[in-house]
Design a protein. Sequence first.
Length: 541
Amino acid sequence: MNNGIKRSMVVNQIGYPVLDVKTLIITGSDPKFSIVNEMTEEVVFTGEGDGPIQDQASGKTVYLGDFTELQTPGRYYAAADGNERSASFIIEDRPYEELQQGLLKAFYYLRCGTELTEEFAGPWAHAACHTQDGIIHGREHVKLDASGGWHDAGDYGKYVVPGAKAVVDLLLAYELYPEAFRSQVPLPESNDTMPDVLHECKVELNWLLKMQDQDSGGSYHKLTTRHFPGLDVMPENDLGDLVFSPISATATASHTAVMALAARIYHSYDKGFAEACLRSSLQGFRWLEKHPHTPGFKNPPDISTGEYGDETDTDERYWAAAELYRTTGDVKYHQVFQQLAKEDFSKTELGWADLGGYGTFSYLLGGAKQGDPELYASLKQNVLSEAISYIQTAESDGYQVAMKEDDYIWGSNMVLLNRGMFLLLAHEIQPDARYVHTAASHLHYLLGRNVLDLSYVTGYGDRSVLHPHHRPSVGDSIEEPVPGMVAGGPNKNLNDDCMKEHLTGQPAAACFIDHEDSYAGNEVTIYWNSPAVFVTAFWNR
Ligand code: G3I
Ligand code: 9MR
Ligand code: ZN
């Protein structure tokens, strides 16, 4: 795991904005450090870390070294007596510009149903995949087209709920920070009329439209083969039947929500598309009205791909009502939102299973004058107190992130990035520099300021993930993985055999191995990339 190199200082391996707080983390007993200009080998800053801080999740004693004062753009590394140098990093006005483009480009690499051409995919080009019609589970004679969209992850399944989570993050990033999307990725569709992020989301939205049953308005939960193909199977060679799993309430409600949001965002770019999204959203909502009590989705016995099971659909319905209210202004949706808001579920989470936070932010971003000042105030209070509690957790954490030991689960990097995103969204509701500062810490962790000195984004950073559980990266003959993808991260539950074999007994934040077999730690997904786009976009606005 550590390549024999022991680094006692960890940094954000991409870098730090010129005027931001800049800190590194030092482990060991000597808190002194210096910052060296990589070009000239000149020591430009010396300091001593604050601490010691006992870090629970990693079991390490750490010091926090501050070099905020250093504001000269350049490339640097940190050094300490008798220790090897840290990873290198830059100080620049916009250090995350290229990274954001790379994180967005990853969605292009995950596209399904279309050829990835050399012009855009370089060495990671491959033929069109999964172009055949799908079979409806239990009605095997009915075949429908649902080609397109993005592969979910290291597997080739396409799932509605996580697809909606990925799209909302990207669309919110665009809605709040449009200037961050000024340059082209580029994509095959790039033009001067619509930003690339909207082109890319349209790929998934068009697929989502196909996942909706035209008669009932309900959304099929997913379109996948019955079982996962082998790890080295390229997408175009994955030729098993594609099966639509049954309609679910969580899929339909997430679909309804994200379509209402899309109707709003695309309105000024592509009226016809925006109208189609709104019609689809309204149709989804009618399904929800007709099916108030629907059991959570379970994999049919003959299907073993990702389940994305979730017993509670209240949060998805709440989000759908909020988006429809914000887009249409129709009080009918406000009333549904008000009713659902009375129920007991998390109104702040932004995960694939708990989407209540999106409903809350949709409502709050709509402004205070929406007809229920009391509800508005209480949701706002809810958000601000959660933000404060994240800040408190981050302040007592050795790596300055709002992560407790129990947060290092499958996809912990989503938990991490969602918290960064949450703090930035809270900042939109009530501007507060502490929110921004703590959100930045989450990005620093992702990019290497963590106990493993590892950047969790493929292709970005001195020491980044090299062997993700991602079929094309395993199956192609290219040594480097597809770039710009966020790995799941440390998972104390060690949910795969590779983790169990190599990581048993490790502290929570160190339960990670950069091995292609480790699907419960080292897989990639669209909804781990999407909050990373959101967070980086803040610094590029
Ligand atoms: O949140 C609970 C926590 O409260 C509990 O204490 C802990 C103990 O087990 O578990 C936590 O739940 C975990 C949950 O992820 C958190 O989101 C579950 O154990 C864990 O099994 C579950 O993992 C999900 C995994 O599928 C298995 O269902 C991941 O979230 C989800 O991202 C992942 O998604 C897969 C798809 O199925 C297939 N495609 C790839 C994708 C990524 O690996
Ligand atoms: O490759 C699969 C990955 O995409 C999923 O997230 C994961 C959990 O559902 O499952 C992986 O497939 C593994 C299967 O579950 C067990 N046998 C080994 C498979 C990986 O090669
Ligand atoms: Zn495909």
